[in-house]
Ligand binder design. Structure first.
Ligand code: GLV
Length: 316
């Protein structure tokens, strides 16, 4: 089989994949056009439309990330070619740490202490028990389910939400529109791990934010399109360092993903005192586990084995 790899550091991926698949011919997108046309499989992250259109007898695509939104929205994506994506592949553990940091940031009042520091204000806040700090996780796919379990293991009550019913040990699971309202009404930190689809776009809008308890916090290591930014800014309140903790319904937001990345210079989020920005770093893909999954998927494609493929209609 002939496999074309396209991602940052493609040479490193190519060499490591070739080691795992000695039977395959593995090359990158800088190979000559004739070789690219002959690729049986693409293993890609954010390829150009042109590259997607080049192979003449494409049998399958492996998305080298968990989110398939960029691929499914690519105008060059050939029809009816099965797609598999990375599932967890070590990302969930890293995203789980990011989320745990975010929850503790608010639960242990680091946001308030930073504001106090600016005015040399030395006073301590009583710690809210973890048991009284319910956390909501929207999205219970491979990553969301693992993150929910990590947060629950830390001692926080965890509510999970998915479009269709799920049942997970130690997690209070909700589903559907009603389930979303139930969850939003009771969580002090809300974590977004949904895919970007037409059904999830702006799922966190004015209405959703209004349902959160006063002083809730938002943590988004998922996709930027899940949040209506105007509604978020409104819920966060004035863009100035307040004297105290009043004046905002939403206590703060830790954001890793944005509709446009890099986040544009002119975005008001950059300088908002209740917003913490990270540059889409919550879940980098660890090479080793990802490559094992890619090799396994390519072997299964070749052997015509049943694969857990992406549903382009659902968008994940
Ligand atoms: C990163 O955002 C991914 O989807 O893997």
């Amino acid at each position: 089989m002939k496999v074309l790899v396209h991602i940052d550091d493609a040479e490193q991926w190519r060499d490591a994949l070739a080691e795992r698949l000695p039977e395959a011919e593995v090359f990158t997108s800088s190979a000559p056009a004739g070789q690219r046309r002959e690729a049986d499989y693409l293993a890609v992250w954010k390829p150009s439309a042109e590259l997607l259109g080049e192979p003449e007898r494409l049998k399958g695509i492996v998305n080298l990330g968990a989110g398939v939104d960029a691929l499914l929205n690519n105008p060059g994506l050939p029809k009816n070619v099965p797609i598999v994506k990375l599932r967890d592949a070590g990302m969930a553990e890293l995203i789980g740490d990011y989320v745990r940091y975010g929850i503790l940031h608010f639960q242990r009042d680091f946001d308030r202490y930073r504001r106090q520091q600016a005015r040399r204000d030395w006073h301590e806040h009583a710690v809210v028990d973890k048991a009284d700090w319910p956390v909501g996780v929207l999205g219970l796919g491979a990553i969301g389910a693992r993150v929910a379990a990590m947060v629950a293991a830390d001692g926080f009550p965890v509510h999970g939400w998915s479009r269709s019913p799920k049942s997970l040990d130690g997690i209070t699971c909700h589903h559907g529109d009603e389930g979303l309202d139930e969850l939003l009404g009771q969580v002090r930190s809300l974590v977004l791990l949904l895919p970007d689809t037409s059904a999830t776009r702006h799922i966190i809008d004015e209405d959703a934010l209004a349902q959160l308890p006063e002083g809730a916090s938002l943590i988004n290591p998922g996709r930027g399109t899940l949040i209506d930014e105007a509604a978020l800014l409104d819920a966060l309140g004035p863009d100035r360092e307040g004297e105290g903790d009043t004046g905002s319904r939403l206590r703060g937001a830790l954001l890793d993903a944005f509709p446009q990345e890099p986040l544009p210079d002119e975005s008001p989020l950059w300088s908002h005192p209740r917003v913490w920005i990270t540059p889409h770093m919550a879940g980098p893909t660890p090479l080793g586990e990802a490559l094992d999954q890619v090799a396994e998927a390519l072997r299964a494609f070749e052997a015509s084995e049943a694969l857990d493929t992406v549903d382009p209609e659902a968008g994940y």
